[in-house]
Design a protein around this ligand. Structure first.
Ligand code: DHB
Length: 304
């Protein structure tokens, strides 16, 4: 029988539309393998750069109402150290997407080339970290800089390039369009929302970095709106991300225009079984509603 959940993103074949979002359990081959074994249709690594980075001092993550607030500061061992980790997952056949960041188009391109050489099936450009200076949302807010980076990466690699956008812009559709025109093969919407919280007895911001990125159910309606806007602005596939915890959330994102959904924060609250519970729930919904394939759901809410 045909798999109702089978789908495609920029030529990558996914057995189901759930993906691991960048930033959670994405540092090692073993942790990524555990997500694959839990049933994810694809995985995205923690963002890697050219050089190792230690990140910010603690506290780097705090729990808040309906979500997590984090400012890790892009800690990572540098892209070349990820080579050994890749060996762990290549044999699974599940698409492995390397999230990368950089401080210039040349640096992005270098990291991209290294990632593809070590076996990445696709790249996700993190141009949307809300608080690391010059390497994050400053790029994702500037269509010209974003264009330069996407073009440079596309020149150097022959794997799909996915661009992960920040919601912290006036018109996310325009930014998505710029990325598509520069050659992006898919768009992920959204990264975390820039946020902060303050402890009232001491009067101090809770995160060592003061500002961070908010994720989890608190940002879901923002993310759904962004997916809806991006879907109307581009022809390439959209990947939804932001607060997906249940199959109902996943279906909502797909109706808005997402071809697949990334799950991150929900793992902290529900464990890795969230991938199979979301996939099973989508499958039952498709069956109940008479859909033959999950692709039929994509963008249906645009008709109203
Ligand atoms: C970090 C946080 C993000 O939201 C992001 O997109 C990238 C990196 C971090 O603090 O490491």
């Amino acid at each position: 029988m045909e798999n109702r959940l089978a789908t495609e993103i920029a030529g990558l074949k996914l057995a189901n539309p759930t993906m691991l979002a960048s930033g959670i359990l994405g540092y090692t081959g073993l942790s990524l393998k555990s997500i694959i074994e839990a049933g994810a249709g694809a995985v995205v690594t923690k963002s890697m750069g050219l050089e190792p980075r230690t990140g910010y001092p603690n506290p780097t993550v705090v729990q808040t109402d309906c979500g997590l607030l984090n400012a890790m500061g892009l800690p990572n061992p540098g892209i070349s150290h990820f080579k050994e980790e890749m060996k762990e997952i290549k044999s699974t056949g599940v698409p492995t997407i390397l999230s990368i960041y950089g401080y210039s188009s040349e640096e992005f391109a270098k990291v991209a080339e290294t990632a593809v050489k070590m076996g990445a099936d696709a790249l996700e450009l993190n141009v949307s970290c809300p608080h690391v200076k010059k390497a994050g949302a400053e790029i994702g807010c500037d269509p010209l800089l974003l264009t330069e980076i996407v073009k440079e990466v596309k020149k150097k690699v022959d794997k799909p390039v996915i661009v992960k956008l920040t919601p912290n812009v006036a018109n996310i559709g325009e930014i998505a369009k710029a990325a598509e025109k520069a050659g992006a093969d898919a768009i992920t919407a959204i990264n975390t929302v820039k946020a902060m919280n303050i402890e009232i007895e001491t009067g101090r911001p809770l995160l060592a970095n003061k500002f961070g990125g908010l994720s989890g159910p608190a940002i879901k309606p923002i993310a759904v709106r962004c997916v809806y806007d991006v879907y109307r602005s581009v022809d390439v596939s959209v990947i939804g991300c932001g607060g997906i915890t249940s199959w109902q959330d996943a279906v909502e994102f797909m109706l808005a225009g997402a071809s697949a959904v990334q799950i991150g924060t929900a793992i902290a609250f529900k464990g890795v079984s969230v991938f199979s519970s979301v996939a099973k729930g989508i499958d039952a919904y498709l069956q109940r509603k008479g859909f033959k394939n999950v692709k039929e759901l994509v963008g249906l809410a645009q008709n109203y």
